[in-house]
Design a protein around this ligand. Sequence first.
Ligand SMILES: [Zn+2]
Length: 438
Amino acid sequence: MINPGDEKTIRTATILLDGDRIAAVGAPNDIKVPTDARQIDCQGKFILPGYIDTHVHFFQSGDLFTRPDVVDLTKVRPYQEELGWIKSHLDDPFARYLRSGITSVVDVGGPLWNFEMRAKANATVKAPRVAAAGPLISSVSRPQLDLGDPPIVKIETPEKGREFVAQLATHQPDYVKIWYIVSPEQPASSFRPVVHAVIEESHARKLRVAVHATELDAARAAVEEGADLLVHSVTDKPVDAEFVRLMQERGTMLTPTLVVFERYGRTFANRLNLTTEEKAWGNPEVIASLDVTKLPTDKVPERIATALAHPDDLLGRIQKTYDVALKNLKTLEDAGIPIAAGTDAGNIGTIHGPALFREFQLMKEAGLTNLQILRSATATAAKAFGGATGSKIGSIGPGQYADLVILNSNPLDDIAHASDIQTVIKNGVIYPANSLIR
Ligand SMILES: [Zn+2]
């Protein structure tokens, strides 16, 4: 048994489950096993808490048509059709998360429909536990995504920000989400009064705030204003000592989402690097759509045409982003900032479920240890999940939910073993991993 949160491992362990909970954990002699208990022999296996991905979006499928505001392919597949498919196929990504050993996820933003999605997931046996934010509060609008229930809402004044939080509060969101977009025309300072009002109003209502801020200026402003979770790495500059100290003082958590930084560009440039796990456990229709060479030649958007013509430029830009983001992750981990694993799955090319294992590879590249990576996807991710559920996931102990992943090989030896999954247990229900998806 490996409990990454407290670094506790038990070489020969008995884990007693009772219904949806873990009843007891310890050396076999210390655990009183009821005589009628069903016993599962896990000799030679490695048991961990179920993984948690703290940054996903169920309103996005991960396919090529899921962000018409980024690449407009609505003439190939109308957005209405795309969204209809997503809403009617939720069971599909749900099962793929479990197949990947992921028993809880945080959806950090989408339409108001997100709250129905959360209710559905939490009422579905073969689904991860879901925490959810509602629409992203932003300085920019994305009308291409607005079919009546927009995932991104432009808020122009602090008063409107407070009103919107009051409206969101009726849905009991797990997070209020701010999409802090910075451009030469809109420096971090211009949207800051809204950020201030939204965070203050949310905290007054005991709601936590998650902020998308990939520039150091915006991230610093967000942390100063009291953001609870930064949902991406800073990618434009190295984080400085002052910023690190600020995060330490405020106790701000961070989700690095490294994988998503490569996937838009690689998809558009026809240089997609899906892992074995993604190819095996990702949705095959979604993956098939990502082949941009199959698009009708007269319907290739400019952004994809440019990427196809100059793939090395794009790969170079991705590398530059990683040169900064990976180093920042290492700096923050070393400084003791709580790092919660997350992928931004659902964005183009970032595959619901197995994308987490590409995230692990990149975290390893950043210099994190296998234990640190596992902790980010269990104990620390549980803190980011938060609430009553968050305190009962991410670790193996009495009273915790019976969410476990059983591996054939030791992930402390090699993080690649984290996907060598034999069995997944969610809420006490046992699934041979191979049975979860066809
Ligand atoms: Zn996101």
